[in-house]
Design a protein around this ligand. Structure first.
Ligand SMILES: [Cu+2]
Length: 462
């Protein structure tokens, strides 16, 4: 349904462009901007003009359609206020491109001449910097330094040849603190024009940007002056459980392209598989620089390409390893109450504060199941449900779903994994032998049998 809707939209706008060009008879006319309102992961956009390539899939996003004009690939980005659903139950008032934050992914081929029209519908000036690209200095998009700012209501044109293949991003270089805190960014992929010794052909190629927001519970606009204490950790402006799963076929070669536009580093961790880092925004990495990893730390402003063969069936967690980045908005002033005995205390406090509830005396896991009233337009701190109960996650967390029967090119969510019988952790119901414990404190007796201490040799002879 979504797929059909997307292609209908894309086809309709392409038709609109054609009609407009003919009726105006003005070859200089801008390509019609294509706008996306939803947060659904669009299927890969196969190229219908220009050189062929294997398209990427943008997590909870889409690829911008283009028009070929005299051999130039033309895109039209509109910088504008947008509404983004961070996850069901929370809408954020952001700035982005063409209806969404992040903006659409731009996909071109090495050697393509690319022309991007940028229309500024923001309340302030902007620019676009093409992070990682080789280009003429005046196309680099640093407002005030390499070009005048794009005033409100005006359209500027960027044009350059996509000289090297790889993984890139775009973002403003104008009032950056505000504009990036408001969600202005997008992905750029330059595909190789011919088989490349350091760039593999993959079956599935996913991309997403790491971003972060500080939105007070109940509010919808980010606090743009926040430097460190963000409370929503997102991938492509989505937080768990709003991040779509990455659905692949058993045996697929999979590439993940990740870029970090937050103010801190993110150790991205994949369960069940080892991957290699095959490249960055600097280009493909030499084979000698690659080694197996299960976590990659993506520093601020960096991009990384991860590749692996999905050869283990199952539902595998894919997440940032900072535990406060896999949770949603919370108050940090909550005291740690593990081990505190509340017996008899709650009723006394409730006489004074009727809504008082105890939390945390057994850890914070109860939070995942708690039906606590939330302000409108926010997300629970720990949430999500799986086949075995509460997931207790938020933020930068999703699932890699590897399935034997996932058809080639089918990106649909296959639902939860059915584990083969006898392959799941289970409760031990037999007897538990008493643990053997040391009877005396360490060092109490020289004759402690378990401690065989070797004294350093003195009077060393050569
Ligand atoms: Cu993180």
């Amino acid at each position: 349904m979504q797929r059909r809707h997307f292609f209908t939209t894309a086809a309709a706008s392409t038709a609109a462009v054609a009609v407009a060009s003919v009726s105006r008879g003005a070859l200089a006319a801008l390509p019609e901007p294509v706008i996306m309102r939803g947060a659904v992961t669009a299927p890969p956009l196969a190229p219908t003009t220009g050189r062929p390539y294997r398209p990427v899939v943008t997590l909870n996003g889409w690829t911008a359609p283009w028009r070929m004009k005299d051999g130039v690939k033309e895109f039209h980005l509109v910088a504008e206020p947008v509404v983004r659903e961070i996850a069901p139950g929370m809408q954020a008032t952001l700035w982005g491109y063409n209806g969404q934050s992040p903006g659409p992914t731009i996909e071109v081929v090495e050697g393509d001449r690319v022309r991007v029209f940028v229309t500024n519908k923001l309340p302030e000036h902007t620019t676009i910097h093409w992070h990682g690209q080789r280009l003429p200095n005046g196309m680099d998009g640093v407002g005030g330094m390499t070009q005048p700012q794009i005033p409100v209501g005006k359209t500027f044109v960027y044009e350059f040849v996509a000289r090297r293949p790889g993984t890139f991003m775009y973002h403003p270089h104008a009032d950056e603190m505000t504009q990036m805190a408001m969600g202005m960014m997008g992905f750029w992929v330059t595909h190789p024009k011919a088989p490349h010794p350091l760039i593999s052909e993959v079956d599935r190629d996913f991309c997403f940007l790491l971003n972060a927001y500080d939105i007070e519970p109940g509010a919808s606009t980010p606090k743009v002056n926040t430097m460190l204490e963000f409370n929503l950790w997102t991938w492509n402006s989505r937080a768990f459980p709003g991040i779509d799963s990455l659905n692949v076929r058993l045996g697929d070669r999979v590439r993940l392209r990740v870029g970090n536009l937050t103010m801190t580093n993110h150790p991205i961790h994949l369960h069940g598989h080892e991957f290699e880092i095959t490249g960055s925004d600097g280009g493909p990495w030499p084979l000698a620089a690659r080694c197996p990893e299960v976590t990659v730390d993506v520093a601020v402003g960096q991009m990384r390409q991860l590749e692996f063969v999905a050869d283990e069936e199952g539902d595998w967690a894919l997440h940032c390893h900072k535990s406060h980045h896999t949770m949603n908005a919370m108050g940090h002033a909550v005291p740690t109450l593990i081990g505190v005995d509340h017996v008899g205390l709650v009723k006394k406090i409730q006489k004074l504060i009727p809504d008082y509830m105890v939390m945390g005396e057994r850890g914070m896991a109860d939070m995942g199941e708690m039906e606590m009233p939330l302000p409108d337009n926010t997300l629970p701190m720990m949430t999500g449900t799986g086949p075995f109960g509460a997931l207790e996650m938020g933020g930068m967390f999703t699932t890699l779903k590897v399935r034997r029967d996932q058809a080639p090119g089918d990106y649909r969510d296959p639902g939860p994994f059915t584990q083969p019988p006898g392959t799941r952790a289970f409760e031990w119901t037999g007897t538990l032998p008493a643990a053997s414990r040391q009877s005396e404190p360490l060092g109490a007796s020289a004759a402690t049998p378990a401690m065989n201490v070797k004294k350093p040799v003195t009077g060393h002879k050569h």
